[in-house]
Design a protein around this ligand. Structure first.
Ligand code: NAD
Length: 300
């Protein structure tokens, strides 16, 4: 038996088509502002990829770069300016930030209506209260992938390995909303295999190549491999691999590849979130237009 491959690129295209259609119903082309601090090569590459994809699907984007030495106050001033700029619908600050800048202060400062990464505490709280709005891109992209491939969620046992704020925690909230029975495992979980073997849906977001071996997977389970690990083979050639051992394909019912699985969904979801942010703001403006005509409420 070999698992059905849940390919990311065509699924991401479907998500982008849907986002582009929704964008077409808005009064203006949605605009994503991306802030980068410093020249970390991975951040430079991620930001370039996000801006390029935005252009490909017909959204506007601008990239604002501050030097590595920029102060927290300078970054907060830029965020404040972008928050009040009505021409900007979505705003994200590329992480990680230089060590002298407090990440929490920066994430708090972003207008929750423009928070396309879904990291503002208001959006995190709304997600856990069962009212998801702007939600973190990787977990939201995974939900889209599961629904797109008609993977049943309601009543199923879902196990997430990894409890980061970026992936594991928000995904747990989204799967609860989808009526799955959710377990979150992490670095202190005892006998990880006994936990993962119970899963109809197993999502792995750890960052350890080959962590999940075939004996840890229930036959026929859906396995979502979020991990992205750079490894060098015996010939000295670099490769990207996930957290799931390739032999799991012989046990699982469906499996996402690495690369070409969850990765493309993350960027597509960012652009879908930008459209959603623009929709929220358009609704807010309509509401405020009946009263004082100012910026309106955070409408969900
Ligand atoms: P993180 O380092 O913030 O969190 C890792 C989690 O794994 C922690 O919660 C930790 O408790 C858990 N963990 C560590 N060792 C473990 C073990 N032996 N058994 C069980 N749990 C263990 O990482 P992250 O930001 O959540 O990213 C996880 C992986 O997903 C990385 O490889 C990252 O590159 C990748 N990632 C991919 C995408 C994408 O778009 N495909 C997006 C985000 C992250």
């Amino acid at each position: 038996m070999s698992a059905r491959v849940l390919a990311g690129p065509p699924t991401a295209e479907a998500l982008l088509r849907d986002a582009a259609q929704r964008a077409g119903r808005l009064p203006a082309v949605p605009h994503l502002a991306i802030v980068r601090v410093g020249e970390d090569p991975a951040s430079v590459s991620y930001v370039r990829g996000k801006a390029r994809k935005a252009g490909e699907v017909g959204l506007r984007s601008t990239v604002h770069v501050l030097p590595e030495t920029a102060s927290q106050a300078e970054l907060l001033a830029l965020i404040a300016a972008l928050n009040t700029d009505d021409d900007v619908n979505g705003l994200l600050v590329q992480l990680p930030l230089p060590a002298h800048i407090a990440e929490a202060a920066v994430l708090h400062a972003i207008d929750p209506r423009k928070d396309v990464d879904g990291f503002h505490p208001l959006n995190v709280g709304e997600l856990w209260a069962g009212r998801p709005s702007l939600t973190p891109c990787t977990p939201a992209g995974i939900l889209f992938l599961l629904r797109h491939h008609a993977i049943p969620l309601s009543g199923t046992r879902a196990v997430i390995v990894g409890r980061s704020s970026l992936v594991g925690r928000p995904l747990a909230a989204l799967l609860l909303e989808a009526d799955a029975t959710v377990t979150v495992a992490h670095s202190r979980t005892r006998d990880l295999g006994s936990v993962t073997r119970a899963a109809d849906l197993l999502v792995v977001a750890v960052g350890q190549p080959g962590l999940i071996t075939p004996d840890m997977v229930k036959p026929g389970a859906t396995v979502i491999d979020v991990g992205i690990n750079r490894v060098v083979d015996a010939q000295g050639k670099g490769h990207l691999v996930g957290d799931v051992h390739p032999d799991v394909a012989g046990v699982a019912g469906a499996l996402t590849p690495v690369p070409g699985g969850v990765g493309p969904l993350t960027v597509a979801q960012l652009l879908a979130n930008t459209v959603h942010a623009a929709e929220l703001q358009a609704a807010g403006h309509l509401q405020s237009g009946t009263s004082s005509g100012d910026r309106g409420e955070f409408v969900r």
